[in-house]
Structures are given as structure tokens and as C-alpha cells.
Design a protein around this ligand. Structure first.
Ligand SMILES: CC(C)(COP(=O)(O)OP(=O)(O)OC[C@H]1O[C@@H](n2cnc3c(N)ncnc32)[C@H](O)[C@@H]1OP(=O)(O)O)[C@@H](O)C(=O)NCCC(=O)NCCS
Length: 180
């Protein structure tokens, strides 16, 4: 299994650099974990506080996963992996028409619409493999993320009140979904 399921896309950023969005390959594993941990350290955007899996496990995952069930995307700027997105389809017959997603970028690469590039690739993949509903959880204070999802057509399906404590401050978690 494995293999490239999504052809790479390229876009010029306003400062002349190029952003490439492509499927993750085994050699991305170390940077993937490093970037994830960097973002987790900020403490206010993602639930997970540290990555519990090894580079080898992530390598295997990128190599062996079924391209109809999962998509891992990497965003690269000038050849450096600076963020990514995960789309994981429901594993049961009951929920195989849905997929959960997560997206994140290193701080210095935010606000450049790279989140949008990643999301659009993921949405195309979802359509291609027959996923009908994309869903995610986002902290209500994460304005940039909420704006991105709303712009793409995601709507709020639920609000878990006081679900998280972000640096001592209570926040809600929004459950958002996009029907395709
Ligand atoms: C959330 C994230 C993926 C969005 O990607 P991005 O490329 O930075 O987003 P965009 O540049 O497309 O901006 C999204 C929206 O936020 C707005 N925005 C940009 N910077 C902002 C800021 N500092 N504060 C509030 N809104 C901001 C943009 O104008 C845009 O709004 P619009 O669609 O109405 O024009 C990215 O910022 C990120 O990785 N954040 C940290 C990790 C995270 O929060 N992941 C999501 C967890 S659910």
C-alpha cells in the first residue's frame, strides 16, 4: 500500500518563496514529530501535549497506510517541512463515510493561507475516496483556525463548554463539520 495519493501542489507566497503541499513519505517522520512537538509546546492550540510515537512508528505509518483510509499531508517551504495535516477516515462500516482531521503549521508560517492549501487538498482527497463528512474539534479561542474552517464551509455542530484549560483559562471546544 502507501504511495502518493495526492499529486504535489505548488504556490508562490507573497515574499517569493514557494509552498509545496504533498503526501508525507517515510523520510518526513522525524520532522513531522519535531514540528508537532514545537506546536504542542505553545499549549493553546492542540490537545496533545507531546508526541508519544517513535520515528520508526511514524515512518511505518507513512509507508504502509491505506491511501483510501488516511491522508498525511506535508507543507514545505523552500524544501523545509513547516507543517502538515492529517485526515483519518472512520474505521468502521458505521462511520467510514466520515473523517477526522487536524492541521498545524509552525508559528512563523501562519497567516499565509498555507492552512487553506492543506485543507483544500484534504477536502479533494475526501471527495475522491468517498468520504461524505469531515469533522474536527477546535478551541473556541483559536480565531485563526475557526475562520479558516468557516471560510471552507465548516459549520458548528456542537460546543463542549469548559472542555479545556488553556494556561489556566477555561475554553470551549467547538465540534465543526463539513458535509461534502
Ligand atoms: C490554524 C492554522 C492551520 C490556519 O492556517 P493559516 O495558514 O495560518 O491560516 P490562514 O492564513 O488561511 O488564515 C485563516 C484566517 O485567519 C485570519 N488570521 C490570520 N492571522 C490571524 C490572527 N493572528 N488572528 C486572528 N485571525 C487571523 C486570516 O485573515 C484568515 O481569515 P479569513 O479567512 O477570514 O481571511 C494555523 O494558523 C496553525 O497552524 N495554527 C496553530 C495550530 C492550530 O491551531 N491548529 C488547528 C487546531 S484545531
Amino acid at each position: 500500500m502507501g504511495g502518493v495519493v495526492t499529486p504535489p501542489t505548488r504556490r508562490k507566497l507573497p515574499d517569493g518563496r514557494t509552498v509545496v503541499v504533498r503526501s508525507a513519505v517515510p523520510d518526513d517522520a522525524a520532522a513531522w514529530i519535531r514540528n508537532f512537538n514545537e506546536i504542542a509546546k505553545e499549549r493553546i492550540y492542540v490537545m496533545t501535549e507531546s508526541f508519544s510515537r517513535t520515528v520508526e512508528e511514524i515512518r511505518d505509518q507513512f509507508r504502509d497506510s491505506d491511501p483510501n483510509s488516511a491522508l498525511w499531508l506535508v507543507a514545505e517551504v523552500d524544501g523545509r517541512a513547516i507543517g502538515g495535516a492529517t485526515f483519518l477516515r472512520g474505521r468502521w462500516t458505521k462511520n467510514a463515510h466520515t473523517a477526522d482531521l487536524g492541521v498545524s503549521l509552525l508559528a512563523e508560517f501562519r497567516g499565509l493561507r498555507i492552512g487553506d492549501d492543506l485543507m483544500r487538498e484534504g477536502i479533494e482527497w475526501a471527495r475522491r475516496v468517498g468520504v461524505r463528512k469531515l469533522k474536527l474539534g477546535v478551541f473556541a479561542s483559536n480565531e485563526r483556525a475557526v475562520r479558516l474552517y468557516r471560510r471552507l464551509g465548516f459549520v458548528e455542530e456542537g460546543r463542549l463548554r469548559g472542555e479545556v484549560m488553556l494556561d489556566g483559562r477555561s475554553d470551549d471546544e467547538l465540534l465543526m463539520a463539513l458535509w461534502l
